[in-house]
Ligand binder design. Sequence first.
Ligand SMILES: [Zn+2]
Length: 404
Amino acid sequence: MKEDENSSSPTDFSDDSSVTTGIRSLKELIDLVSGRTVSSHLPQEESGRAEALPFPFLGIVAQLEMKLALLLGIINPAIGGVLLIGPRGTGKTTAVRSLLNLLPDVKRSTCYYGCTEEDIEAGGIDAVCPECAQKYAEGLPLTKNDPVRLVELPLNAQLPDVIGSIDDQIDLHERRRLKRGILAQADLNVLFVDEVNLINDEIINVILDASAGGRFVIKRGDLRATYNARFSLVGSMNPEEGNIRSQILDRFGLRVIVRGLNDVSDRLEAYQRVRLYQNNPHLLIRQYEMDTNLARQEVISARERLKNVHLPEPVAHKAIQLIRHLNIDSLRAEITFLEAVRAYCAADGRDSVTMNDIQQVAPMALRLRHSHFMDSYFNERDLEDQKLQNTMTDVFSQTDPQKE
Ligand SMILES: [Zn+2]
């Protein structure tokens, strides 16, 4: 059976010429990516306060695959992070910062030590600091609604900056012995690791572990403390500035190759929007405000819908067949690919994954996963085993000279 039977071919993301006007909603992005026609409508004029000043996500021209990958990453953090690969000046950092527009508020601890009601439910009143225990006893909330923030990892960060450090000199309540690090600050936020390829392996591994588990553990002597680190991870790198080890690369769920805009009218539109943003960010943000609010609602709905998205067995089978045909060994490929496909389906407002969903998501989930090194390594081992078998056959078929 042909691989592409019953479904349309995947979108070619390099041809962005039809999307000069950008997108006005998550639904519209999905429509564009899946090749459906989209009714264009004019920007909605809406006045209102714009407190956050990132560039509007919906105002980013073209770059469909980058926008889609980032959206899937915030809809389903189980994808395990998005890596943007491309030269400088292609809008990677702008896109990551603009994601904040689309994220609903989170319930954030009002305490420096991150105490929440959930901690008490899970670990009793001693799980929170004395002040929070007092507040809880008085029936006061420990959390409040708060916008999602972007936490950026500094290039020169050291391990203690990332995981935090515990002061074991003073005998305080366990919570108060932690000097919060970047991972603790990233909880419920977006963690952006720029220039992933220049960060030392120990640090990037700690971040990837925390991202995968949603928590991290600090051990010091007999003290062992667990902290939440539920964040959406986005990495970026410029391949001109050095390679990334394949073991690290493998741990990012989605990988997007970000190129500069090809189309002249796209470039002009992008230039004009950036210029407007630089001169009057409030004005540009206001132009997108109503659509941004709707898109945020779409993200909330998609996250809710994701819980019930069903993956029919023939579709899952086809996805795994594709991975096998590409000679990808890592099991992470299945996990992140299928999680991304479920997010895509949820973003499109459906409950059951289709063959077409698989095709739309496959490039970003499966590129850069095939290892040529492992290919030749396995080939050599196969040859070696063959030779071993042949030699054994020869040796054991020979008549034993002592019995002659
Ligand atoms: Zn507290």
